[in-house]
Design a protein around this ligand. Structure first.
Ligand code: AMP
Length: 217
């Protein structure tokens, strides 16, 4: 097993693919948005700092996210292998992560780039609904990702909610920020020889199969 970094625009399917890989292989799952939401809910110093930026649909500072990653990455479930879902997102974060890996004597593993165009990502984001309890992601317009009962989580039996940053306007902002700040990491990891590309334009099972293939290479 290799550590995985998902490099992908919002709504490309990082969260769904992470869930599927965690279930099959038992990876540790490091989701930066979940880490940030926990801090916001705790009203910690980092949470208070993050909240305003998240509401303004801006990236939180590199320092803040790196602090959270440094703590999370040494937790027992990440001792073997883990998935980074939402990190690194800037060149500063990627450099800091390289330093952290050398310090901890860990391997970078593989970077999986999920290719999706803006229109499709927008369509997906605007129809995405999530379980507020377990975080499972559903999509009301996709046969394979619909909940069994309208608007209810299959597992928790609670009502599903839409993310406030999944409206068309905020989604466009998130996508543009991704292109400006995160897309440069594509070349960075390509030049290191660790980047593999899969396409998001398939069913989640086909995308999962593609991810398994690149993990086997
Ligand atoms: P996501 O759902 O993964 O797009 O993350 C939602 C929000 O969390 C982003 O719009 C940022 O405000 C914040 N965020 C998550 N990961 C990072 C990161 N690595 N660097 C900066 N901000 C982040």
């Amino acid at each position: 097993m290799k550590n995985i970094i998902f490099l992908a625009p919002p709504a490309a399917g990082k969260g769904t693919l992470s869930e599927m890989l965690v279930e099959k292989f038992g990876y540790g799952h490091i989701s930066t948005v979940d880490l940030l939401r926990e801090e916001v809910a705790k009203k910690s110093e980092l949470g208070l700092e993050a909240e305003g930026l998240m509401k303004a649909v801006k990236y939180v500072t590199d320092e803040l996210i790196i602090k959270l990653i440094e703590i999370r990455i040494v937790e027992p479930d990440c001792e073997n292998c883990y998935i980074l879902d939402g990190f690194p997102r800037t060149k500063v974060q990627a450099d800091k992560y390289d330093e952290l890996l050398s310090k901890l004597n860990k391997d970078l593993g593989i970077v999986i780039y999920i290719e999706i165009d803006k229109d499709m990502a927008m369509k997906r984001a605007c129809s995405r609904i999530t379980c507020p309890k377990c975080g499972r992601i559903y999509n009301k317009y996709s046969e394979e990702m619909k909940p069994k009962v309208d608007n209810m989580c299959d597992d928790c039996n609670v009502s599903l909610t839409s993310r406030s940053d999944d409206s068309e306007e905020t989604f466009a902002k998130r996508f543009d920020e991704y292109i400006e700040k995160t897309m440069p990491l594509y070349d960075y990891y390509k030049n290191k020889g660790v980047l593999k590309t899969i396409k998001a334009s398939k069913s989640k099972y086909e995308t999962f199969e593609d991810a398994l293939k690149v993990l086997e290479q």
